[in-house]
Structure formats: C-alpha cells, structure tokens
Write a protein that binds this ligand. Structure first.
Ligand code: GAL
Length: 339
C-alpha cells in the first residue's frame, strides 16, 4: 500500500515535470526570435552617484547593443527613491508592460523574496545588482542573477593604498610624528553587504601591512556626501589637529569629508574612498583624494545587459561572460592613485 502511494506520487511528479517542460515553465529557456528587448530597471535611489554612473553606462551599452546586434533595446529606468513599496509597484508595472527582463537594484536587499515571487509568477527573469539578496533568495530560481563587485577585494585594495603610502613616506600619514596613524571611519548603510565587510577588511589590511593605527571615532553616513560632511565637521571640532587619515566606505563620503576639511581649513589629512565615481576620480586627479578603488563601470553595465539579452533571447547564442555558479558576475576592482 505504502509503496503504491509512493509510486503514484512519483508518477504525478514526473507528469508535472513533463508539463512544465512542455509549457516552457520551470526555468526552461525557450528560444525566440526577438527584434526588440524591453528591460525594466529600478534603482534604489536615483540620486546615488555610483548608481548614476552605472545607469549612464547601461544606456550606452544598450545603444551599442542596438548598433552591433540590430536588436532594439527599450530601457525603462525608474527611481524607487529609497522606498521598497514604490519599487514593488514599479516591478508590477514592468511586468504589466510585458518587460522581458527585470534589472533590480533592491531598496531592501533582505526583502528580495517579494520581488522574486512576482517575477516567478510572471516568468520574468531578474538580474539584481549592487545590493545582493541573501543566498536563500538567489537559489530560489535558475533565472535569478546578481551583478556586483566583491566587497572584501575593494577593501583590501583600499587598505593597500594606505600601506604603500606609509611604507614609502610615513610622515605623510603620521602628521604629528607620534608613531601612530590616527584615523576616523565613515561607513555606508548598516544593512548593506558592502559596509561591514569594507570596514573590517580595510582596517585589517592596515594591521597586516604593519601600519600602527589608532581609531579616534567612526560613524554611519549612509553613502552620502552631506551626511559624511556633517560628521567630519563634528569630528574636526572634537579632535582638533589629531585626525590623520579618513577611511571611507565609498567616494561620495570621502568627498563629504573633504568638503568639511576645506570649510575648516584642515590640511594634510589623507582620505581614501572606494567606487571610482566620476567626481571621485576627479578628486584623485586634483590631489584632494589620496586614492580610490574603482571598477570598470562599462564592464559592470555590460554584464547586466549581456545577461538581460541572453535571457530575453532564450540564450540563443553562447553567453558572452562566465557566471559563477551560473548566476553571479563579480566585476574586478583596481587601485586608482595619482602617479
Ligand atoms: C555601494 C557603493 C556606494 C553606493 C551603494 C548603494 O557598493 O560603493 O557608493 O552606491 O553601493 O547600494
């Protein structure tokens, strides 16, 4: 009796699989002859400098793709303005409009399951980027992808900018010559995977590299230039003449710290960032920012578009890039300092 029941369950499961294959559900990638691709993009915040850089490259990549492949790319880019409900509504609209693919920079990366539910119900693949959903969510469907850059790698490189500088000329960092480099630390959003990891590994790299360090203070400025500027202003008043280094989880906060230093007339303090945004790279060039760690934004956006195009066409041609575990693409970082 028991084995008969088991046999029946097995048979019904088998039928379900056949049915899913026939209807093209269950993640089966069906080839289609597409003349145009509609991509719905939602940014967690449209005023984020780094994401604005990515957005610009994405638009450029879409134009290049149209020219080289002769396939029209319709990019519908929306700003979720830091609100997960707004983003969920945008996703519903994208699906209603018949988008082939969703490219989502989630507001709350731990709430990706809601987005995935909607996408799976509509059989619309999703490429998350920059704010990484938890593994459990990423593993729910074989048409979910993530494009980003490894946080630890960026932090180790950021730390090594400081280590190299200290080894070459310690007096550039140890301004008061007391044998210790006193630093403050500006952190991104506490819920973001990059903040904690970057903070931990930047500091660890300084320790591993033999830089004698002392932390004066630190604070969360949520990736924002103005918040970082306000914090730095307070710290400059609280620790007059003592801050020698400002370690920042991103370039915008580094620029905020520099704004406050300029207002206070504080000189000689070294500041390091991460991202390689347009204003960040300009600040390295003009000597205000000691260095940053940058990714190739065109490569980053190109990866998003390649996956989107691959999914939209049913993977007719070989994927142009290699994905870790079939779903992750991590863009490599590189150090940018003034020569
Ligand atoms: C980080 C980046 C920040 C900010 C944030 C938004 O990776 O360094 O500047 O853009 O993502 O999620």
């Amino acid at each position: 009796m028991r084995s008969l029941k088991k046999y029946c369950i097995l048979l019904s499961e088998l039928w379900l699989c056949v049915l899913l294959l026939l209807t093209g559900c269950g993640g089966t990638k069906k080839a289609e002859d597409k003349k145009s691709i509609r991509i719905g993009v939602s940014l967690y915040r449209g005023d984020d400098t780094f994401l604005n850089n990515i957005r610009g490259e994405l638009e450029q990549c879409a134009k290049d793709f149209e020219q080289t492949k002769g396939v029209k790319v319709v990019l519908d880019i929306q700003d979720a303005k830091g609100n997960q409900n707004t983003q969920n509504d945008q996703i519903e609209r994208f699906i209603a409009l018949g988008c082939d693919v969703l490219c989502i920079n989630p507001v709350d990366r731990t709430a990706a399951s809601v987005i995935i539910d909607k996408a799976m119900a509509a059989q619309t693949p999703v490429i998350f980027f920059n704010r990484q959903p938890v593994e459990e969510d990423m593993d729910r469907w074989d048409r979910i992808y993530y494009v980003g850059a490894v946080a630890r790698e960026s932090a180790v490189l950021q730390g090594s900018i400081v280590v190299d500088c200290y080894r070459e000329s310690p007096e550039r960092l140890d301004l008061n010559d007391d044998g210790v480099v006193s630093y403050v630390l500006l952190e991104g959003e506490s819920s973001h995977q990059d903040s904690l990891i970057r903070t931990e590994w930047s500091v660890q790299t300084l320790k591993d590299g033999g830089v004698p360090i002392e932390k004066l203070t630190g604070g969360i400025a949520n990736w924002e230039r103005s918040q970082a500027s306000a914090l730095m202003e307070q710290w400059l008043e609280k620790y007059p003449g003592r801050i020698e280094l400002v370690i920042c989880n991103n370039d915008d906060m580094a620029l905020g710290a520099i704004d406050a230093m300029e207002r206070a007339g504080a000189e000689g303090i070294s500041v390091v960032g991460i991202d390689g945004t347009t204003p960040g790279l300009a600040a390295v060039e003009n000597g205000k920012l000691m260095g940053t760690v940058s990714i190739d934004k065109a490569q980053y956006a190109g990866a998003i578009l390649a996956i989107a195009a691959g999914e939209a066409s049913g993977w007719e041609s070989e994927p142009e890039l290699e994905l870790e575990e079939g779903k992750y693409y991590q863009c490599p970082w590189q150090i940018v300092v003034k020569n």
